[in-house]
Design a protein around this ligand. Structure first.
Ligand code: GDP
Length: 195
């Protein structure tokens, strides 16, 4: 699948701007700075693909990428900016809710969690929304290269305990490092294997 061309399609700020749900779709969610853009770039093998979504002004957009004419890869806005103005947060929550409940082609959400920090309150809130929207989600740990082997286990226990509370959680956790390339092939295979 990822041998095919990946391209940025569009940034969407309202449901009316969504492309037709005519192909299999996966989305990526995570706190700001979790490594989402870097992971999307690593997955698609395109260094600067997801950078557009990180530039100021585009951060509240839902960004659609096409993968090989058969899939949409969707980059959701990074969340957890404590200092974002309330109306901005509310607008994005409304859009996110509409998106998650309004895309029949959405097969799986990947929730990115920083290997150093584990599941934070805002992550749990997104997971609860995914439960409510009946969207299966899978946790992807990022930046594993930043954590020593002995510290990993503790964070993983915390993540597993958090996942146990969410009926929409897919049990397998994917460990990745965009820096080292760990888990990238696994994640590609998971996406390519979705039906
Ligand atoms: P986003 O806000 O979630 O899109 O985060 P970015 O992809 O922009 O990454 C945030 C920071 O983390 C950047 O400085 C990246 O270089 C760094 N980063 C991302 N992935 C990794 C990784 O796997 N390992 C390490 N060591 N740093 C990473």
């Amino acid at each position: 699948l990822f041998a095919g061309t990946t391209d940025f399609l569009k940034g969407v700020v309202a449901m009316s701007g969504m492309p037709p749900a005519d192909r299999l779709e996966v989305c990526f969610a995570g706190r700001s700075n979790v490594g989402k853009s870097t992971l999307i770039n690593a997955l698609t093998g395109r260094k600067a693909l997801a950078r557009a979504s990180n530039t100021p002004g585009r951060t509240q957009e839902i960004n659609f990428f096409t993968v090989a004419d058969s899939h949409y890869l969707v980059d959701l806005p990074g969340y957890g900016y404590a200092n974002a103005p309330l109306p901005v947060v509310e607008k994005w929550q409304r859009l996110l809710k509409s998106y998650l409940s309004g895309r029949p082609s959405l097969r799986r959400a990947f929730v990115l969690i920083d290997s150093r920090h584990g599941v934070k309150k805002v992550d749990s809130e997104i997971m609860a929304l995914l439960d409510k929207s009946a969207v299966t989600f899978q946790v992807v740990m990022t930046k594993t290269d930043k954590v020593k082997e002995k510290d990993r286990a503790k964070v993983m226990e915390q993540v597993k305990a958090a996942l146990a509370k969410h009926p929409a959680a897919y049990p397998e956790i994917v460990l990745t490092s965009s820096e080292k390339g760990e888990g990238i092939a696994t994640l590609r295979a998971i996406i390519a294997g979705l039906e």
